[in-house]
Design a binder for this molecule. Structure first.
Ligand code: PGA
Length: 232
């Protein structure tokens, strides 16, 4: 069971330090825990969580080692900081910043080759689900990925992200089973995971963890989700 906190564009270095110092003292049970702060807060998170079981990952990563790519960060740069992995292909990157299946594939492949752990995000929009295209969309998004020991997929229905609308446990289970029929990797659920719905979602057979946005920003709610995962 893996619980990853995607902080998005929240928490600079000072708030990150405060969060990590508090998280270090929490009992997180037997689950794998990852926090994904903004780039500028990675160094302090790595430093303060060194020697704990909690890993630090970035929210994106480029495919080249270096070059004229303004605003991008490369896999070796993350490795140099002691960062463990990266989220790739989050729906906010796809919807707001032009990320495509092709760039998701490049980012994922090169991050894995550089020794990073990757959480690759997939998921359908509300319109795609209404049109009955969920499987087609997932098939297209997953088809560019290759199974790897350091790869997990996060199924995040776009309509459930930051909206308070969670997929029902049955909907999550169905989508996860479908993703796993395409690619043999662990699959995390993401989209409005909260302390009060985590246990039910994480209790589904093919739900191997969660990618948590909003509820990962407070130590109390994040640790409550980690503890729910321990019991699932
Ligand atoms: P949310 O975000 O938990 O705030 O819905 C999840 C995500 O975007 O990874």
């Amino acid at each position: 069971m893996l619980i990853a906190g995607n902080w998005k564009m929240y928490k600079g270095p000072a708030e990150t330090a405060e969060f990590c110092l508090a998280l270090r003292d929490e009992e997180l049970g037997g689950v794998d825990v990852v926090v994904c702060p903004p780039y500028v807060s990675l160094a302090v998170a790595v430093q303060l969580l060194a020697g704990t079981e909690i890993a630090v990952a970035a929210q994106n990563v480029h495919w080249e080692d270096e070059g004229p790519y303004t605003g991008e960060i490369s896999p070796p740069m993350l490795r140099e900081l002691g960062v463990y992995g990266a989220i790739v292909g989050h729906s906010e990157r796809r919807q707001l910043f032009g990320e495509t299946d092709e760039t998701v594939a490049l980012r994922t492949r090169h991050a894995l080759a550089a020794g990073l752990f990757v959480i690759a995000c997939v998921g359908e929009t509300a319109e795609e689900r209404e049109r009955g295209e969920m499987e087609e969309v997932l098939r297209r998004q997953v088809s560019v990925l290759d199974a790897d020991d350091n790869l997990v997929v996060a199924y995040e229905p776009v309509w459930a992200i930051g909206t308070g609308k969670t997929a029902t446990p049955e909907m999550a289970q169905e989508a996860h089973a479908f993703v796993k029929s395409l690619l043999d990797v662990p699959v995390l659920y993401g989209g409005s995971v909260k302390p009060d719905n985590a246990a039910e979602l994480l209790g589904q057979q093919d739900v191997d963890g969660a990618l948590v946005g909003g509820a990962s920003l407070e130590v109390d709610s994040f640790t409550a989700i980690c503890r729910a995962a321990t019991r699932s």
